[in-house]
Write a protein that binds this ligand. Structure first.
Ligand code: 1HN
Length: 349
């Protein structure tokens, strides 16, 4: 680089100053910042210990009603984004609690939502005219613009992890919402209808999803997913980087379950230490079973059941499993794949 003399610098600055009133700026001053050689997420790696946050979640259950709150949720904010309601640059996460007898009123919005059930036995959610009970570990989906309301007719508080693509939809400035004319939506189909129709390894001839690009199944029960995962672990050599991983799939096209968020379940057998991997998607993880530790970049976090972990895009990650570990993950991978630039990189083993 040749040195630029003060006169030249001043001349350029003066020129830039005259651009401003025209709402113009010189690309050459900002282009390198715009196109770094590789991404560096502004988000921080972080872990929320469920044991630490559970008392606060329960406390919020007595602070206001679900009806009052509309959704009684404690947002999991990335430490790098205080006040921005974001777990990663692109994803929202929070823990929702619903007390016995409560209803979280029906509404719909353009952001998609997913739930990973954590505790309580009486919770249910209704989506598009069908109700489903939510048991521990169930992966439940609220598609784009689908009416949804939640309830709890059990005797214990119910809590789950919410994941939404709100930051992505907000980036596109395409958030719409609408309230239903009643607390709970009308139920039009028997419980389990969509699961048996679409989730039994059979499909209705000519069947389509009532939810467009979102899977017609809106509850993937943990009982079934867990069995599939453990049986896959026994049947095949375990991947050094990702353990045994099964992704939740849309049975109609084999693709991911939602248009903006990918979800999957990984199993790492007791004693396994995975090789490092990094990918461009931003990941939120929730430990379903077991204890261990995860290293993300230069940080290592130990974890136990129900802890939530954020992995910023393009940071190296690896697991150590002290016991058999099952991890639920969701990320913006499917959106990046559709846009054509999703990348992953695996350390040599
Ligand atoms: C929402 O609709 C739910 O329906 C949960 O349970 C969390 C966070 C932001 C915006 C909408 C729900 C939400 C949300």
């Amino acid at each position: 680089m040749h040195e630029i003399d003060a006169v030249t610098v001043a001349k350029r600055e003066e020129f830039y100053g005259r651009l401003k009133p025209h709402n113009m700026a010189p690309l050459w001053e900002v282009m390198k910042g715009m196109l770094p050689p590789e991404p560096k997420s502004k988000a921080e790696a972080h872990r929320w210990r469920y044991d630490d946050i559970r008392p606060l979640i329960l406390e919020s259950g007595n602070l206001l009603t679900a009806e009052e709150a509309e959704r009684r949720v404690l947002i999991l904010e990335n430490p790098a984004f205080p006040g921005q309601s974001r777990a990663t640059s692109t994803l929202y996460a929070g823990i929702q609690i619903i007390m016995p007898g409560e209803v979280a009123p029906a509404h719909r919005h353009t952001p998609s939502a997913l739930r990973f059930m954590l505790e309580g036995s009486g919770a249910y959610t209704s989506v598009g005219g069908e109700r489903t009970r939510m048991a521990f570990g169930d992966f439940v989906i609220t598609p784009v613009w689908a009416w949804h309301d939640h309830g709890n007719d059990g005797s214990d508080p119910a809590a789950w992890l919410d994941g939404l693509d709100v930051p992505m939809i907000a980036f596109f400035e395409a958030v719409f919402r609408e309230d239903y004319n009643d607390a709970e939506q009308e139920i039009l189909r028997p419980e389990g209808d969509s699961f048996f129709r679409f989730g039994s390894g059979m499909l209705p001839i000519g069947g389509t999803s009532p939810y467009g690009q979102t899977t017609p199944i809106f509850n993937y029960p943990y009982e079934r997913s867990r069995e599939a995962l453990y049986r896959s672990s026994r049947g095949e050599e375990i991947d050094a980087h990702i353990g045994t991983t099964l992704r939740y799939a849309n049975p109609l096209d084999g693709g991911w379950t939602m248009p903006t968020m990918s979800a999957w379940l990984s199993h790492f057998p007791k004693g396994m230490e995975t090789a490092k991997i990094r990918s461009t998607d931003h990941i939120v993880m929730c430990i379903a079973e077991g204890t261990g530790s995860i290293t993300i970049g230069a940080k290592t976090f130990d974890f136990g059941p129900k802890d939530v972990i954020v992995v910023p895009g393009w940071s190296w990650r690896s697991f150590r499993a002290n016991e058999d570990v099952v991890v639920f993950c969701f990320s913006d991978r499917v959106a990046q794949e559709k846009l054509g630039y999703f990348r992953e990189d695996r350390a040599k083993v």
